[in-house]
Design a protein around this ligand. Structure first.
Ligand code: FEO
Length: 172
């Protein structure tokens, strides 16, 4: 049995994951407009990943006999700038999500809610991977000295990213 407090907290996280999806979709559109089709694709794949994160929580609530509650999603907020500045904002946002997930683990532990704590371990691992990906991209940009040729190559490389998360949420 899941508590009302934890149900509400998971619903808040569903909103945050959907905001993340919306943010990356908005960034993808901005990158596409600048001609970075590969980076736009990478961000669009990230949009799908975030929706998967949200729907994995929805599925969990269903399994616990609780309901997902969808609230308004904020307007995506980011500053236009260089490719490096975009990825700095992606990393900063992911660091915020990581702290949000950690906060949930603390609540699960306080409530001795082992089922939710177990689910959250998947998200903890996912956050390690996401921050590592963002750091690697930022490191690559630094290594190539933010050069136009380097960014062109990075654009091609990031365009090779494929969806890993299932897009069929009914299969969750
Ligand atoms: Fe759902 Fe990017 O964390």
């Amino acid at each position: 049995m899941i508590s009302k407090k934890m149900t509400d907290r998971i619903n808040l996280q569903i909103n945050r994951e959907m905001y993340s999806a919306f943010l990356y979709l908005a960034m993808a559109a901005a990158m596409k407009e600048k001609g970075y089709a590969g980076i736009s694709k990478w961000l669009t794949v990230q949009y799908h990943e975030e929706m998967f994160h949200a729907m994995k929580f929805v599925k969990y609530l269903e399994e616990q006999g609780a309901a997902a509650k969808y609230e308004q999603i904020d307007k995506p907020s980011f500053k236009d700038g260089s490719v490096k500045e975009y990825f700095e904002q992606v990393l900063k946002h992911e660091q915020f999500v990581t702290s949000s997930i950690r906060e949930m683990v603390e609540l699960a532990r306080a409530e001795k809610d082992y089922a939710t704590e177990n689910l959250l371990q998947w998200y903890i691992d996912e956050q390690v991977e996401e921050e590592a990906n963002d750091n690697e991209i930022l490191q690559t940009i630094d290594l190539m000295g933010n050069s136009a040729h380097g960014l062109y190559m990075l654009n091609i490389q990031l365009g090779k990213r494929e969806n890993e998360a299932t897009l069929d949420f009914t299969a969750l």
